[in-house]
Design a protein. Structure first.
Length: 329
């Protein structure tokens, strides 16, 4: 089993390698892939040294699986080239997510959509993954009508340049800016670029992707995405109106029994999810579970996850694991 990691030196690629080390995939050969300027450099994986190769070299090696985290343009150009030689591509960019011919997968929810004929598989947006992990079991039980999301997203979601900006500001150093404004001691109500409808790309991902993953467009979604000065971990305040009424105790029970979800909801102990406690973990954490007293059949939730792990690297690798376990590769 040859596995390529495309974008191996990037922020998500580095986490992918870490998660691959932790999880026991049957890798016989790792193929770290990066840009021309990084080609020829070395990296260590499971105590063994590997040489970074170019995309062209990686395609020639015909890996069984290629985990992509190198941006949309790279994915659009190179994913089909890998697919053509029989490689299963799992792509972490937004390039293929809303393509009608490509599957958008969170394995715990809709891994069953995958077949042997899927050669390019899309990994959802980080904010979408943690959202649907919590909402999917509740939708099955109570049938969602409307979802309102406000996100509080860490700078790591923008990339290494944004993390550096925050670190520079904290250290009092003038440096390159990833954002239009300072992020330290601030909240910027803009994640990604604005579209003609006044929403950002990130907000529209949250509107569209859950419907594709849940295979249901009967519910409506609206979102406001905000960047905050945390180094890692995304948080979401979520308000959900259901068709059927619910009991909050039952909601907690359903979520406790959901694989990959951890309930942290003990007000007497001030226990609720936070980015600092979700750091470097694969679970999606949910708390502040309470009825919306302003409207019938409506629930409030607070959802937190490590956006570089379950929101990116871990989910990508879980898709690979699903392919292997179900003999689809």
């Amino acid at each position: 089993m040859k596995i390529a990691v495309v974008g191996a030196t990037g922020m998500v690629g580095t986490v992918m390698l870490k998660v691959l080390e932790e999880r026991n995939l049957p890798i016989t050969e790792l193929i770290p892939v990066a840009s021309e300027k990084s080609a020829g450099k070395k990296l260590t994986f499971k105590g063994k040294e590997y040489t970074i190769v170019t995309l062209e070299q990686a395609v020639a090696l015909k890996p069984e699986i290629a985990l992509f985290s190198a941006g949309g343009e790279t994915s659009l150009l190179w994913a089909p080239k890998f697919a053509k030689v029989g490689t299963k591509v799992i792509d972490n960019s937004s390039a293929w997510r809303m393509d009608v011919d490509k599957k958008l997968v969170v394995p715990e929810i809709n891994g069953d959509v995958l077949t042997k004929n899927d050669y390019i598989i899309a990994n959802p947006n980080c904010s979408t993954i943690q959202l649907v992990m919590v909402l999917a079991p509740l939708h099955l039980k109570y049938n969602m009508k409307r979802v309102i999301i406000s996100t509080y997203q860490s700078v790591s979601g923008t990339g290494v340049k944004a993390v550096q900006q925050l670190e520079n500001e904290e250290a009092g150093i003038e440096g390159e800016m990833a954002y239009h404004y300072k992020i330290g001691r601030n909240a910027i109500p803009q994640c990604d670029v604005f579209l003609e409808n006044g929403y950002t790309k990130e907000e529209m991902k949250l509107v569209k992707e859950p419907k594709k993953i849940l295979r249901d467009d009967s519910f409506s979604v609206t979102a406001t995405a905000v960047r905050i000065p945390t180094a890692g971990g995304h948080s979401e305040a979520v308000n959900v109106e259901f068709e059927h009424d619910f009991d909050v105790t039952e909601v907690r029970r359903i979520l406790r029994e959901t694989p990959g979800v951890t309930v942290q909801d003990d007000l007497a102990k001030n226990l609720y999810p936070m980015p600092i406690t979700a750091n470097d973990k694969d679970e999606v954490f949910v708390g502040r579970i309470r009825r919306d007293e302003s409207q019938e059949k409506t629930l409030n939730l607070w959802i937190v996850a490590d956006n570089l792990r379950k929101g990116a690297a871990t989910n990508t690798i879980q898709i690979a694991e699903y392919l292997i376990a179900h003999n689809l590769v």
